[in-house]
Design a protein around this ligand. Structure first.
Ligand SMILES: Nc1ncnc2c1ncn2[C@@H]1O[C@H](COP(=O)(O)OP(=O)(O)OP(=O)(O)O)[C@@H](O)[C@H]1O
Length: 266
């Protein structure tokens, strides 16, 4: 290749990278992280588009939690780029700054305020840094009221609004916590194994809930339950040994012999 052609090719490669980046809400590229000599993430790259619902699956130890930790600033990568909305470098920010940018994370175990009602849990979540007492006794604005009502419908707990959170089922507590994250209007929601311990019908409802949330926000879900992942009806990224092993619709990745060998076939 001539020098001029090489320069042109480099420029066009750069343009392609830029264009791929500009269409992402989350851009994870070439990320590696090592703990005591063990490579938990190994040149991990994947990209999530705005408004996308994405499932991440993979065997134990594949790096799923570490990937979430990198996005939320809990762990720093040794190398690689992690960009939010195509230009905000998340590797330079701490956990609080990343949460304030609009990246919400739901951990596996629900952490709701058990001795408060469902309504008050949502109210506390939109308190904007007020203490519990001030949050519960301040006059609600119309916008806050509308937001809480809308969220109660979304998380299917409209008729449980005055119920103590402690009295909810495990699945309902998970939905409430998702609702609490929604009160902060995250642009990207990271959800870690939401259906572990749920009944079959709660699992089905959770898939519907996440599909409906993803119409407004981008959602990344880590999960092992394949029926649930099928119900999510979205693109799936399979992680293995800290890298992407396969990516595509579930039907497609389920047929991949490498995926069957390391994960599904065991
Ligand atoms: N702080 C740490 N120190 C040392 N090793 C770690 C640390 N965090 C994670 N690891 C290792 O990195 C690898 C990836 O772990 P990670 O928890 O990200 O996997 P995972 O895909 O979330 O697994 P699981 O499905 O079991 O939750 C594992 O081998 C784990 O033991």
């Amino acid at each position: 290749m001539s020098e001029a052609a090489a320069i042109q090719k480099n420029a066009s490669d750069e343009e392609q990278v830029k264009s791929a980046r500009s269409e992402t809400i989350l851009y994870v590229d070439g990320v590696s992280v090592t703990f005591d000599g063990f490579r938990a993430l190994n040149n991990l790259s994947f990209y999530v588009e705005p408004g996308e619902l994405r499932a991440i699956i993979g065997p134990n130890g594949a790096g799923k939690t570490t990937m979430m930790d990198i996005i939320t600033g809990k762990t720093r990568p040794d190398t690689g780029d992690v960009l939010f909305k195509s230009e905000i470098d998340l590797t330079k920010l701490d956990e609080a700054e990343i949460a304030n940018l609009g990246i919400g994370r739901k951990f596996q175990k629900p952490t709701v305020f058990e001795s408060h009602t469902v309504f008050d849990n949502l109210l506390l979540a939109c308190s904007g840094g007020r203490g519990v007492f001030q949050a519960l006794f301040h006059r609600l604005s119309d916008a806050e009221k509308i937001k809480i009502e809308k969220t109660l419908v979304t998380i299917m707990l409209e008729d449980k609004r005055d119920e103590m959170a402690a009295n909810l089922s495990h699945g309902q507590k998970q939905w409430l916590e998702i609702g609490m994250l929604l009160m902060q209007e995250p642009e990207l929601l990271l959800v870690d194994e939401p259906v572990a311990g749920m009944t079959d019908s709660e699992t089905e409802e959770t898939a519907k809930l996440l599909r409906s949330i993803s119409k407004e926000y981008s959602v990344v879900v880590v999960e092992h339950d394949m029926e649930f992942v099928r119900d999510l009806d979205c693109k799936v990224t399979v992680l293995h040994e800290g890298s992407v092993l396969a990516e595509g619709r579930l039907d497609h990745v389920q047929k991949d012999p490498r995926v069957i060998e390391v994960y599904l076939g065991r």
